[in-house]
Ligand binder design. Structure first.
Ligand SMILES: Nc1ncnc2c1ncn2[C@@H]1O[C@H](COP(=O)(O)OP(=O)(O)OP(=O)(O)O)[C@@H](O)[C@H]1O
Ligand SMILES: [Mg+2]
Length: 285
């Protein structure tokens, strides 16, 4: 399924490699011309099959998989645009950003809907998590989703989310779980103390409703949304702790604030959950 030809011949100087640095979770990511090279991992072939399906289904908001290069690295199309970094800037706080992201995620899901992963599919996971099958906390899978809508994985164009990158955590999941993940990062579903300043005073319940409406979330997913968020935030807390015990990058993130942020997020959603559930129960219009 991997092509090994052609990938080194893009751009005027195919040898020029420009390092691309995210949160440092994946070392060795470089841009070469109009392509990105990333280390091949056990799940790379599964993710490429998924990305190829998305493209064939008409979804253009994800990289095109271009095989493996002569150095054994995965090759993806470079997605033009800007990738925000935390702390999120004021320009990312508008509701139009939530609306565009919700439509992007909906487009991904509609394209993913018909795809059945191969029987030998291998999925990515955080260090310390189970690498096979659906995540046990996610319910009966409806589709393969992205599962990591953090700011570093969303490409903006013209000030709005336009594409998704880094499908390393893609796995069978549910629509409601995907929506919960996107909301976690972009409402964000954190104690105001832990949000970047432009987001601290925003009405979280309203933002959840705006996203749910723009996504077109159905009634049964709306009813399950807040319990799904509560379970997800608890698993994020336990997963971050487990990853920190096994991996130096996650250990640094834990020490730099995740350790305090996650219990505060759990307390916050326990407090605010009922108001959010009431607000999101039905579409606003
Ligand atoms: N296909 C792509 N097109 C454009 N830019 C990309 C692409 N892939 C990666 N990048 C850039 O490189 C950065 C790091 O890539 P990626 O998200 O794949 O790695 P990561 O280690 O998981 O980073 P993070 O922890 O920030 O998510 C991205 O935030 C983005 O700026
Ligand atoms: Mg990333």
């Amino acid at each position: 399924m991997f092509r090994t030809d052609g990938a080194d011949h893009c751009g005027e100087d195919p040898q020029r490699e420009e390092p691309l640095v995210g949160d440092g979770v994946t070392p060795g990511i470089v841009r070469v011309g109009e392509t990105v090279r990333r280390p091949v991992r056990p799940f790379t072939a599964t993710v490429h099959a998924y990305l190829a399906h998305l493209r064939a289904a008409g979804f253009t908001g994800a990289p095109v998989p271009l095989g493996v290069d002569g150095q054994g690295r995965e090759v993806l199309s470079f997605v033009p645009g800007e990738v925000p970094r935390e702390p999120l800037p004021a320009q990312a706080a508008g509701e139009e950003v939530l609306v565009a992201l919700a439509r992007l995620v909906r487009g991904l899901h509609d394209a993913a809907q018909g795809w059945r992963p191969p029987a030998d599919a291998v999925w990515g996971s955080l260090p310390g998590a189970d690498p096979v099958g659906p995540d046990p906390g996610e319910g009966e899978p409806e589709l393969v989703g992205h599962r990591d809508y953090c700011p570093g994985n969303v490409v903006f164009r013209g000030g709005l989310p336009a594409a998704l990158i880094d499908f390393d955590l893609a796995r069978p999941t549910t629509r409601v779980r995907e929506v919960a993940n996107a909301l976690y990062w972009w409402v964000p579903l954190l104690d105001p103390l832990d949000r970047s300043v432009p987001f601290a005073g925003l009405d979280a319940a309203r933002r959840v409703a705006v996203f749910a409406d723009a996504y077109g979330l159905d009634a049964s997913s709306r009813a399950r949304l807040v319990p799904t968020i509560v379970g997800m935030v608890g698993r994020f807390h336990r997963g971050a702790r487990a990853a920190a015990e096994r991996d130096p990058v996650f250990a640094r993130l834990w020490e730099e604030g995740v350790r305090e942020r996650m219990p505060r997020a759990e307390a916050w959603i326990a407090r605010e959950g009922p108001a959010i559930a009431a607000r999101v129960a039905a579409p606003s219009r």
